[in-house]
Design a binder for this molecule. Structure first.
Ligand code: ZN
Length: 140
């Protein structure tokens, strides 16, 4: 004998009774079934935890090449829906800022290197002494 159709006992977001038929083994429809909601929440969590765990991310990118690799990975994660578009945009923006910093750092190193190359032995020794003093001050 087939059980009589019963309405779901839940209320909708606007406070009206749900009009969907309850499942045969529950007082609720599939959308409002508390057991199913728990299951779905756990499933979403496990999907979320299955990618982009901090251990998978590794150290932050510090070179242009590493930034390009992060961007490429992010593009693929967005393309395969492993990462939502907003997070992808955020990563892209952070990479853009980091790329500028990497560029200006490399420029500073180049300028400093060419300055060192033009120095006499005496000037180099003075420079080394100055750096040693700075390191001591930073340690203190
Ligand atoms: Zn319902």
């Amino acid at each position: 004998m087939k059980a009589k159709a019963r309405p779901c006992k839940a209320k909708t977001k606007d406070g009206k009774p749900c009009k969907v038929q309850a499942q045969s083994n529950s007082d609720f429809c599939t959308s409002h079934d508390p057991e199913r909601q728990k299951e779905m929440s756990a499933k979403r969590k496990s999907v979320w935890n299955s990618y982009l765990k901090p251990k998978d991310v590794g150290p932050p990118p510090t070179t242009a090449k590493e930034l390009i690799l992060v961007l490429g990975e992010t593009i693929n994660h967005v393309r395969t829906n492993k990462l939502d578009a907003n997070r992808g945009k955020c990563v892209a923006e952070l990479c853009r800022v980091a790329y500028k910093l990497v560029g200006s750092y490399e420029e500073d190193v180049k300028k400093y290197t060419s300055k060192l190359e033009k120095m006499s032995d005496e000037e180099l020794l003075d420079q080394i002494a100055l750096l040693k003093k700075e390191v001591k001050m930073a340690d203190a």
